[in-house]
Design a protein around this ligand. Structure first.
Ligand SMILES: [Ca+2]
Ligand SMILES: [Ca+2]
Ligand SMILES: [Ca+2]
Length: 470
């Protein structure tokens, strides 16, 4: 009987050990290490390794140079990131792949392909009838009939009271069919009345004359920035372009549909838009443009990981990541830990669904930001994961700088994150509230969103300031 029990115990222990050893995807979570001993294996490796030109990422044990491994196989290293012992390789044939995979000093082995996309939609405000459909939906007026253009839309007016809402429109608003020539007038009014709603929603005016982000570097990992935009040029530091590997992280089109979705260069202008939001919130901050996404909004893991390390090493104290990938990655996590260990705040646009957030927003090291509209209602696109975000900020119809010296309206959590990044720069620049304090106050001193969410709310600079100055 005792023997039987011992055998059983041994068998269970063996099964446990096998489980621990046998699942290469079980992360060993050492809070103090950047190196997660997880060998990521790829089921389609045989196919992918054979594809000419495909790139691979290899992370080795600290202190072990990749050149020491698999000496029998020629290595074609195209980039390295010493801070994370990370290598980017090409010409990884099946034999080299198998050798690397078998070597215990290889911590991560994964294909590098476009996995990251930006998280926003361009909102056209060009005076088309679509704009009026959008206005009608947005303001809750009209039937959505594209032939019906309204002369009077009381932008900025308080929503009608409950009893009145049942009868239709707010009584102060007269809705008259107008000719299309009024379109431009309406557009002008929309721009005038709406271009600053985000700043008002976060109570930016309450910190005016207090601190403005001076002395703080905010890195923008994105499609680049319009480096000569008149509204931005005085805020910009020299950055880097990890997509083209040059020193010019500009935000331009290339005429190539990199993601083959039939729309050419739909991502261009995104990084410039984000830079403009941060510059409006924290005009004293210096913006570090780090290009990690192409003009169609796609990016590779290596570029993003290298961009984060670069931003930290350049002295950024805030990193804005308005991008997301659906796959968890130990390398991305390692980059976020590299930032967190150096007290750098990482602000990430939220994306995902009811089952969870995408990455990097899902990581505890990042502040996950969802979007609200002007009325503090959670944006439709943020509703599925609204319970999981750390913080909300304005993200519908945001007016900001755009490529080629222009301005544009965009919607998305991409636009919400830079409100938080700018706010972080303000509180960091006060010298009274280091990274942990800034994060805690931003996440806790909030306005309620609608419908109310128990554990989070919308960024409110006034409440944070009161906590710091009382
Ligand atoms: Ca470039
Ligand atoms: Ca495209
Ligand atoms: Ca393109």
């Amino acid at each position: 009987m005792i023997l039987l029990r011992s055998v059983r115990f041994l068998l269970s222990a063996l099964v446990l050990i096998m489980l621990l050893l046998g699942n290469p995807n079980t992360p060993w979570t050492h809070a103090d290490t950047l190196f997660l001993p997880v060998v990521q294996t790829d089921e389609s490796a045989a196919v992918t390794t054979a594809a000419a030109g495909s790139t691979w990422l290899v992370q080795t044990t600290p202190g072990v140079a990749l050149e020491q491994l698999c000496a029998a196989h020629p290595l074609t290293i195209i980039e390295t990131l010493p801070a994370l012992a990370l290598y980017r390789l090409v010409n990884v044939g099946p034999a080299l792949y198998d050798c690397l995979r078998a070597d215990p000093r290889v911590l991560v082995l994964t294909a590098d392909s476009t996995a990251f996309v930006l998280e926003a939609q361009h909102t056209q405000l060009n005076g088309s009838s679509n704009e009026f459909e959008m206005l009608q939906r947005f303001f809750g007026y009209g039937s959505g009939d594209t032939n019906t253009l309204f002369e009077s839309i009381n932008i900025g007016q308080k929503p009608p009271k409950k009893g009145r809402q049942a009868k239709g429109h707010a009584p102060q608003v007269e809705l008259v069919f107008v000719a299309p020539k009024a379109v431009n007038l309406l557009t002008a009014r929309l721009e005038r009345e709406w271009r600053d709603w985000g700043q008002r929603a976060i109570k930016l005016e309450k910190v005016a004359g207090w601190h403005n982000g001076a002395g703080i570097i905010v890195a923008i990992l994105d499609t680049g920035v319009d480096l000569t935009h008149p509204a931005l040029v005085q805020h910009l530091l020299p950055g880097y372009d990890f997509v083209d590997n040059d020193a010019l992280p500009d935000d331009s089109i290339d005429g190539v549909d990199e993601d083959a979705d039939g729309v050419v260069d739909e991502g261009a202008g995104h990084g410039t838009h984000i830079a403009g939001i941060i510059a409006q919130v924290a005009p004293g901050a210096q913006l570090l443009p780090v290009r990690v996404l192409n003009s169609d909004g796609g990016g590779n893991l290596f570029d993003i990981v290298a961009g984060i390390v670069f931003a930290v090493d350049q002295g950024a104290q805030v990193i804005n990541l308005s991008l997301r990938a659906q796959e968890d990655s130990p390398l991305l996590r390692a980059a976020l830990r590299y930032a967190a260990q150096r007290q750098v705040l990482v602000v990430a646009s939220a994306a995902g669904d009811e089952t969870g957030l995408d990455y990097p927003a899902a990581y505890a090291e990042a502040i996950a930001v969802g979007a609200i509209g002007r009325d503090y209602f959670v944006a439709d696109f943020s509703k599925p994961y609204a319970e999981m975000v750390d913080l909300f900020a304005p993200g519908i119809l945001i007016y900001s700088t755009y490529r080629d010296g222009q301005y544009a309206w965009w919607s998305g959590t991409s636009m919400a994150a830079p409100f938080v990044s700018g706010a972080a720069a303000i509180f960091l620049s006060s010298g009274q509230c280091p990274a942990d304090c800034t994060r805690t106050l931003m996440v806790n001193e909030v306005d309620p969103v609608r419908p109310n969410i128990k554990h989070s709310g919308s960024l409110n600079l006034e409440k944070i300031l009161k906590r710091l100055t009382r």
